[in-house]
Write a protein that binds this ligand. Structure first.
Ligand code: G1P
Length: 300
């Protein structure tokens, strides 16, 4: 029987150009969403899914990520002395037994290239890839990954890729999946017929977009090595997955359930939406955000 997946790669090397000037000196993965930076949600999701070895693919101007997950004895003892249990609990993500590893992608060669830098870390095992600029909102945010990992094991998959429905006029912004058969039910893995990275407008009729969470068998790294760069000089993870489909390997799409939603912070429109939804849902301060937005709505 295959070992349970324990390793995750978190690509966080993107330049964040669409979020300038907010990302001039800080990574987009460290933008706050409510009370936590994006990356903390991602790490907590991975920890809850039992993924305790986490490799972050970073780059220049990304040091804040390492600092955030580093133990900080001076801060912790100051909080302890002050008896600030609430804040100590907020920082417990540092001490959940995870091991963090870091490597850099020094030039923008694409998501596939970034993931490929994790080959030695993964060392021939199945792994998870979780994009560092996307947060899952759900009662249990780790439930989608847990279900994908279970499907990966049960189906002896080459890959399981999370997908979400997007409007057809937006398909050019995503990796788009063509599933075998007509219907994809939430939470039910379905074999892929094809996967295309950012198809030109109007060229696909499938609304299924690749949604930032993946499981892979280790052979993905060979596929990444054989994947040629695209016209922008980038190696795409989607293109490596396509090679696996062409080899008739079992690559599955897994659709989020209606109560599970992915938020990405890759541009201001979706970042604002993400921040507002998380602030409204915040268990401690959400009522203040709700009061404020209700009052504001009268003015609009
Ligand atoms: C990346 C992937 C794309 C995927 C998207 C959202 O694109 O290449 O396939 O649909 O993330 O998960 P990016 O948003 O980095 O351009």
């Amino acid at each position: 029987m295959s070992q349970p997946i324990s390793k995750a790669i978190v690509p966080a090397a993107g330049l964040g150009t669409r979020l300038l000037p907010a990302t001039k000196s800080q990574p987009k993965e460290m933008l706050p969403v409510g009370r936590k930076p994006v990356m903390q949600y991602v790490v907590e999701e991975l920890q809850s899914a039992g993924l305790m070895q986490i490799l972050m693919i970073t780059g220049r101007r990304k040091q804040a990520i390492e600092d955030h997950f580093d133990a900080d004895p001076v801060l912790l003892s100051a909080l302890e002395q002050a008896g600030n249990e609430t804040m100590l609990a907020e920082l417990s993500y540092i001490q959940r037994g995870s091991r963090f590893f870091y490597t850099r992608q020094s030039s923008p060669k694409g998501l596939g290239h970034a993931v490929g830098l994790g080959a030695e870390f993964v060392d021939g095992q199945d792994c998870v890839v979780a994009l560092g600029d996307s947060v899952i909102a759900a009662e249990d945010p780790a439930a989608p990954l847990r279900a994908m990992m279970e499907a990966h094991r049960a189906l002896k998959a080459a890959a399981v890729v999370a997908v979400e429905h997007v409007p057809l006029e937006e398909t050019h912004r995503y990796g788009i999946v063509i599933a075998q058969g007509d219907e994809l039910s939430p939470g039910e893995p379905v074999l892929m017929a094809d996967i295309i990275e950012k198809p030109p407008r109007g060229t696909v009729s499938s609304p299924l977009a690749v949604a930032a969470r993946y499981t892979f068998s280790p052979a993905i790294f060979e596929a990444l090595q054989r994947t040629p760069p695209d016209s922008q000089g980038e190696i795409q993870l989607t293109s490596a997955s396509k090679l696996r489909i062409q080899m008739e390997l079992p690559v599955y799409a897994w659709l989020f359930r209606p109560d599970q939603r992915r938020y990405d912070v890759g541009n201001f429109e979706s970042y604002f939406r993400t921040f507002v939804d998380f602030a409204l849902a915040d268990e401690r301060y959400g009522y203040l955000a709700r009061q404020y937005i209700k009052a504001k709505a009268y003015e609009l």
